[in-house]
Design a protein around this ligand. Structure first.
Ligand SMILES: Cc1cc2nc3c(=O)[nH]c(=O)nc-3n(C[C@H](O)[C@H](O)[C@H](O)COP(=O)(O)O)c2cc1C
Length: 206
């Protein structure tokens, strides 16, 4: 059953959980529901540059755990998600606007390739923006579905790339583990005060 958790509650209650019930399996319908939520995440020019590898195979999870300095959540979570991106997603961009009205498509589609083509840093930045937004969407959707999660970059990306057969011109952004929490996260360890990170209209002058 999907709980009707409110968005702000899900945001506040999402924490990085490290211990998951290794005997719990998410159903295929739940995995699909979670990832369909991810596909609602915004991307620049709607280019949907994220790619999601949903790992449930125990051998693959064990191999990923070994590539993640043996962090338990990688194999004990029900779903170990590798969030990757296609650096060439700006190509053949007509498919992202095929259902738009003609005048909209005719203006937007020709802008996309010149905006990103041969700008390696921008392509990578866009990959990280899109995957970061999608990761948070997934973690909040997981919370609303009664699951917990942990975002992770503590793994060897080249080893993980081999395990999941990451294609050329794709990059690994982060891992997100999702499952039934066995142990809650520790209390937040040291949040910066609101005033240290939020300013009105401009940065304060020194
Ligand atoms: C990009 C990223 C990478 C992270 N990598 C790891 C990791 O490899 N292992 C881990 O246990 N936690 C990891 N975390 C979790 C952070 O430690 C955690 O988000 C932070 O301490 C704040 O706690 P909270 O998520 O419970 O609010 C990562 C978080 C982010 C956003």
């Amino acid at each position: 059953m999907v709980s009707a958790m409110e968005t702000l509650t899900a945001i506040r209650e999402r924490r990085s959980v490290k211990y998951f019930d290794p005997d719990h399996a998410m159903s295929e319908a739940e995995i699909r529901q979670l990832l369909e939520a991810a596909l609602c995440s915004p991307t620049s020019f709607n280019m949907q540059n994220w790619r999601f590898i949903a790992v449930t195979d125990p051998d693959k999870k064990a191999a990923l755990r070994a590539a993640a300095w043996n962090q338990a959540q990688v194999s004990e979570a029900s779903l170990t998600l590798l969030i990757c991106a296609n650096l060439d997603a700006h190509q053949n961009a007509g498919r992202y606007w095929k259902d738009a009205p003609d005048p909209v498509r005719e203006v937007i589609v020709p802008m996309i390739e010149p905006f990103y083509g041969d700008k390696a840093e921008l392509q990578r930045d866009e990959a990280m923006r899109s995957t970061g937004i999608a990761a948070q969407t997934i973690m909040l959707a997981a919370k609303a579905m009664g699951y917990d999660s942990c975002p992770m970059i503590g793994f060897d990306p080249s080893k993980a790339a081999e395990i999941i057969d990451l294609p050329e011109r794709h990059i690994m952004a982060l891992m997100v583990t999702i499952g039934k929490a066995l142990k809650p996260a520790n209390p937040r360890p040291g949040q910066l005060p609101y005033e240290a990170v939020v300013h009105r209209d401009s940065f304060p002058r020194p």
